[in-house]
Ligand binder design. Structure first.
Ligand code: PHE
Length: 470
């Protein structure tokens, strides 16, 4: 255990974990799903999910990791050694680690787009803006070699940082990138608030309307995705945290930063979209909102846009990179802790294997028809397969979309359910109260324990049940 990495300080952990949490989920996914789910009511449900389920499970994950000083799989094994079902928990941990690899597999594709958007903006900023043809993005997405190259670049950057270790690689990168990210986003938000569409934005974000079960599951799933929960990232990051630091304070700070970034991203994007209604056509997809509408608006309608546009995509790239390193770290830490590989070996093997999946996803954006139309249930609409297709996948097609839907709506909530059960029922009171630095008789301790044992698992269970019935 002596050679295990450690965060240099409490703020190092908070920045790295917030780096994991803040990502494309905040900038690309949240503004889009909030938009299609009608704004205010979705935001409200999302905030309830973060507070009631997200933060407690974040606490649970860090508790499991820090008290064992081991990454996901060995940490679960450590806490259940000698007990019944120990093997079940090891298996669950392995599935979590694999989920981390799968997320990285598809996430690296979109992350790669931040590089090309940045390069494109640099060209526009220096030699003048030229409006792209209406099918330009489709062609770009369907350009196989380009997609492979971009995602490879991003995967390489991720592997290089992870290979340098917890303190020298991940923490250093987060310390550099996270403050820059906050500064850029705040600047953009200030500019956005001066636009005419700002008023409409706040109205949209605070108006309550109807919501469906699928919407609730989406909010819950996204709460997991955005806080990097349900697959062991926070168990792994927590395992490098020193025992004397305040776990609860760190967990609150991480969730707060993540939520702020998501809401600010909505303010920036929606203000622009409401100000220039012609842009609303581009919001048929999350991709449209971030990668098509933004550059167009920066260059045609916003003062200083030529400077802001490339900076905006640096923000996207930083956010994505601090998240991809945490996904790879989950897999690498597993190989180091459990299989006893060296960090270098583990990084090389894990990154290579995951890149095979990335390549498949990169080609599922139009380059390969088979991967673009991929559906595990052959696109069935009737019978058992049709039902499964609808309930499990909401009829999604394409390798990328199928994986994203499965992971965020099913794997992460189920993983979260298991983790809250684990922390609530299998960790003993003394360990919990030591880790949380709370007296067992205190209200805070009892409240948190109650949430972990009953409230969080029951809420997740109810949502999963509701979706199956709808
Ligand atoms: N939280 C990241 C985001 O919002 C995604 C992520 C999920 C990172 C799971 C690590 C693990 O983009």
């Amino acid at each position: 255990m002596a050679q295990r990495g450690n965060w240099g300080s409490s703020i190092g952990f908070v920045l790295a974990a917030a780096g994991s949490a803040v990502g494309l989920g905040n900038l690309w996914k949240f503004p889009y799903i909030t938009w299609v789910n009608g704004g205010g009511s979705f935001v409200l449900i999302y905030l309830i999910c973060i507070g009631l389920v997200g933060i407690p499970i974040l606490v649970a994950e860090v508790t499991i990791g820090r008290s064992a000083q081991l990454s996901t799989v060995p940490a679960l094994a450590f806490h259940t050694r000698g007990r019944r079902f120990s093997r079940f928990w090891t298996g669950a941990g392995v599935i979590g680690v694999a989920t981390g690899g799968v997320i990285l597999g598809y996430y690296a594709v979109i992350a790669g787009w931040s590089i090309s958007s940045f390069a494109q903006c640099m060209v526009w900023s220096t030699s003048g803006y030229q409006a792209p043809a209406s099918d330009a993005f489709g062609q770009f997405a369907a350009n196989g070699p380009l997609q492979l190259g971009l995602s490879l670049l991003f995967s390489l950057a991720t592997a290089l940082i992870v290979e340098r270790g917890v303190h020298g690689g991940i923490e250093r990168a987060s310390r550099l990138m996270m403050p820059a990210l906050f500064a850029i986003l705040l600047t953009l938000a200030v500019v956005a608030c001066t636009l005419d569409g700002a008023g409409k934005t706040f109205q949209f974000l605070f108006t309550i309307g109807p919501i469906t079960w699928h919407g609730v599951l989406e909010a819950l799933g996204h709460a997991f995705f955005t806080l990097s929960l349900g697959m062991g990232a926070m168990i792994t990051y927590g395992s490098y945290m020193k025992p004397e630091e305040s776990l609860l304070r760190a967990a609150f700070s991480i969730a707060l930063l993540d939520t702020l970034v998501a809401l600010l991203a909505c303010v920036v994007l929606y203000s622009i979209l409401f100000t220039f209604p012609t842009a609303e056509g581009a919001i048929g997809s999350p991709v449209g909102m971030l990668f098509i509408a933004m550059p167009q608006l920066f260059y045609t309608s916003i003062r200083g846009g030529a400077i802001l546009a490339p900076i905006f995509f640096i923000l996207v790239a930083f956010a994505a990179l601090t998240s991809t390193i945490s996904m790879l770290e989950v897999v690498v830490a597993f190989a180091v802790d459990k299989l006893k590989w060296t960090r270098r070996q583990a990084t090389l093997v894990a990154a290579t294997v995951i890149f095979v999946l990335t390549a498949g996803c990169a080609l599922s954006m139009g380059a390969s028809p088979a991967l673009t139309q991929f559906s595990p249930f052959a696109g069935a609409h009737e019978g058992l397969f049709g039902k499964l297709n609808h309930v499990l996948l909401k009829d999604k097609t394409g390798l990328f979309n199928v994986l994203d839907h499965l992971v965020s709506n099913w794997c992460l909530p189920i993983g979260g359910l298991l983790i809250t059960f684990f922390a609530g029922w299998l960790l003993d009171r003394r360990l919990q109260s030591e880790q949380w630095k709370l007296d067992q008789a205190s209200l805070a301790y009892r409240g948190l324990r109650l949430i972990l044992r009953y409230l969080a698992p029951i809420s997740i269970g109810l949502v999963l049940y509701g979706v199956n019935q709808s």
